[in-house]
Design a protein around this ligand. Structure first.
Ligand SMILES: *Cc1c(COP(=O)(O)O)cnc(C)c1O
Length: 384
């Protein structure tokens, strides 16, 4: 069959999504209007968090999260090497030092045991992290209860990078409820679970953290009740900190609202597709995604692992068949920017070994049975 391109991820935009955006476009507010708060409330109540702040990307959300928690010069931020570069970069943007905690070989998530060992050593040399950012890889939550209990012993803050994991659960709560963290961040880039074109949200249960994130989202300028000094009059606004313009538009929020209504059905569809893959691939010499019992993944990705010496060949074969396979992720510490800071290959061997064999197969709500069978057939051919 088919020589059309099959992407690894793709948005699902339907008529109601289009109507929602068009409505916003002809309303009084293109930005800073009522749809922002509506989207924020919808998301916060879905995940079970008290507050949420919508911004123009997950990267921005991670950045204001770090700023709100006071990350600055000389501090340490730790994250997973198996992530998109943004999870680490936001630490550098705050002037902090970045370091990594290697992943678990089964889940590819930050390994709590390795985190503990690294914390013990860091304590000895007085370099404990101020913030740890666990990344819920492929939509499956990290073991947050363990990471949270370490945060109480070693006194660090937690930002969950849940860019992959809106719609996922961990134990009895939704990812984003911040039951075991200070802040959770979601991404709404089109390849993620739901989309606002570009966009992100940070959730929290702390009013203080919420206020600070809101401040950094919009220039450090604040409302009357938060003024530090005398009000000059009705025209007056006051800048009380150094912020940015990270605002989401009402067009994006309108899309977000209409996408939120479909979140559960989109995740369900991904689960059905992933379990089909599980069936179709079970006898092949590849390692399939591991599902923890304590969580339900939202299945942002379907990452398989092939033998490292076969990966390039398999990848190139699938691409030659117009199958948009991808690799998640090139370990962040091996990027030239981080190597210049002193990181080297070999430092985080589990993420390097996973990377060496990693291939993400196409997984998105519009993937048809025919396309999936074609992907599986080509994968079989390439493994021969
Ligand atoms: C996509 C992604 C980001 C960045 O999201 P943007 O909304 O594109 O800024 C950050 N972290 C992870 C793990 C991601 O997958």
């Amino acid at each position: 069959m088919s020589n059309h391109f099959i992407p690894y991820g793709r948005q699902l935009i339907e008529n109601d999504d289009i109507e929602a955006v068009v409505d916003a476009l002809s309303s009084d507010f293109l930005t800073q209007g009522p749809r922002i708060a509506e989207f924020e409330d919808m998301l916060a109540s879905y995940v079970g968090a008290k507050y949420s702040v919508a911004v123009n990307s997950a990267t921005s959300a991670l950045h204001i999260a770090c700023l709100a928690l006071g990350l600055g010069d000389g501090d340490y931020l730790w994250t997973s090497p198996n992530t998109f570069v943004a999870s680490a970069n936001v630490g550098r943007l705050c002037g902090a030092n970045v370091d990594f905690v290697d992943i678990d070989s089964k889940t590819y998530n930050m390994c709590p045991e390795k985190l503990e060992l690294k914390l013990i050593k860091a304590k000895e040399i007085g370099k404990l992290p101020k913030i740890v950012i666990p990344v819920h890889f492929a939509g499956q939550s990290c073991d947050m209860e363990q990471i949270y209990s370490l945060s109480k012993i070693y006194d660090f803050k937690i930002i969950e990078d849940a860019s992959h994991a809106v719609g996922a659960t961990y134990k009895d709560s939704n990812v984003g409820s911040c039951r075991f963290s200070d802040i959770t961040v979601f991404s709404f880039h089109p390849v993620k679970i739901i989309t606002t074109a570009e966009g992100g949200v940070a959730t929290t249960n702390s009013e203080e953290v919420f206020d600070r994130m809101s401040l950094f989202r919009s220039h450090g300028v604040t409302r009357e009740e938060k003024f530090l000094e005398e009000n000059h009059g009705p025209w007056y606004y006051q800048q009380i900190d150094l912020g940015l313009n990270y605002r989401m538009t009402d067009l994006q929020a309108a899309l977000g609202i209409s996408q939120m209504r479909k979140l559960d059905s989109l995740v369900l569809k991904r689960k059905e597709l992933a379990s089909k893959y599980n069936d179709l691939l079970k006898d092949l010499p590849v390692i399939l995604p591991f599902q923890e019992e304590f969580s339900k993944s939202s299945l942002h990705l379907y990452p398989i692992k092939v033998k490292a010496n076969k990966r390039k060949e398999v990848f190139e074969y699938l691409r030659s068949k117009n199958i948009g396979v991808n690799v998640h992720y090139i370990p962040v510490h091996t990027q030239p920017y981080y190597r210049k800071l002193g990181f080297e290959e070999g430092m985080f061997p589990e993420s390097e070994s996973y990377y060496a064999g990693a291939i993400s197969l196409p997984l998105h709500p519009q993937l048809t049975d025919e396309e999936m069978n074609f992907v599986v057939q080509c994968l079989k051919e390439s493994l021969r």
